[in-house]
Design a protein around this ligand. Structure first.
Ligand code: NDP
Length: 279
């Protein structure tokens, strides 16, 4: 067991071995010379409640939460902040004056990634593919960043409609088969599905109606340069990969647990990329 002087956090998931969070947080711990530990914490769904209950006495300052616990963890926390309640999922837990508080930093991470590499010149229309957890965070970020309109193209209309209903801006839901036609006049296209993920199904997309000034972003980061991003770049669109979202969502959590706001810079990217390519 770590000494009480060593600050401890980790990532809770099932399975969790694939998570890049340990490599990222351990790199920052070393870089900022902090006496801390960050562990991969495999917790089965039926063990989640007990695990969360014992986190404070086990000395955890907090944790990241990943699939499949992001939604189911919420009732086991003492408090859930507004961003996590709006998105309906928690990805970060922080020990706060004796209680466990849940946050969602995915929307922040998505927006900061765009900020770092440049938002589109206009924020009139964004097309978001998918209606899962990542899509929810992306849509909330776009609403906060004052896009005028979001079009969600999703396979499961009910999930997309639920996202649209919770957003404070004009949002329309279209069938998955209409996704390419919806690109007319778009300033931003975001793939927030799991399509394009290494070893999985590919994303079929006709980009011919997308304006050349539009930015194309993908939440998938393995591979880093997804077929969608390659196709977009080949026709002159600027692209932003999904790794930055992962790095930026981690920064406020690291600060809350370890007391230092880490920099999301090229060296951080390099360290995590080395971990991806070493797999
Ligand atoms: P979910 O399972 O919650 O959502 C997946 C989405 O993809 C759903 O809308 C699903 O549709 C859709 N989808 C899957 N297969 C198809 C298909 N054949 N046709 C149409 N739609 C399809 O996963 P998450 O949202 O949590 O994650 C999605 C991706 O985002 C993952 O690759 C994950 O690694 C990545 N991610 C990246 C982050 C980052 O920091 N860069 C952060 C979070 C996630 P349906 O609802 O109909 O099943």
């Amino acid at each position: 067991m770590a000494s009480p002087d060593v600050r401890k956090a980790g990532v809770i998931g099932w399975p969790v071995a694939h998570s890049l969070s340990p490599a990222l947080h351990r790199y920052w711990l070393k870089r900022y010379r902090i006496a801390g530990e960050y562990e991969a914490l495999p917790v089965a769904p039926e063990a989640l409640k007990e695990f969360i209950k014992h986190m404070p006495q086990e000395g955890y300052r907090g944790a990241n939460v990943t699939v499949p616990h992001k939604e189911t963890v919420m009732p086991f926390l003492d408090e859930v902040d507004e961003s996590a309640r709006a998105i309906g999922a928690v990805n970060t837990i922080v020990m706060d004056r004796g209680g466990l508080k849940g946050f969602n930093t995915d929307a922040y991470g998505f927006a900061e990634n765009l900020r770092q590499y440049g938002f589109p010149a206009a924020r009139n229309k964004a097309v978001v593919l998918g209606a899962g957890g990542a899509a929810k965070a992306v849509c909330h970020a776009l609403a906060k960043e004052r896009f005028a309109q979001i079009v969600i193209a999703a396979r499961t209309a009910a999930k997309a409609k639920a996202i649209a209903k919770a957003l404070p801006i004009k949002t329309s839901v279209i069938g998955w088969e209409n996704r390419s036609a919806a690109l007319e006049g778009a300033d931003l296209l975001v793939n927030a599905t799991s399509l394009g993920l290494q070893g999985g199904e590919s994303l079929e997309m006709d980009l011919s109606r997308l304006p050349e000034t539009a930015i194309v972003s993908d939440v998938v980061y393995t591979p880093l340069d997804t077929p969608l991003l390659k196709a977009a770049r080949a026709r002159g669109n600027r692209t932003i990969d999904g790794l930055g979202m992962l790095l930026h969502q981690a920064a406020p959590a690291f600060e809350a647990w370890f007391g230092v706001r880490p920099e999301v810079d090229e060296e951080t990217r390099k360290q995590v990329l080395a971990c991806i390519s070493g797999r």
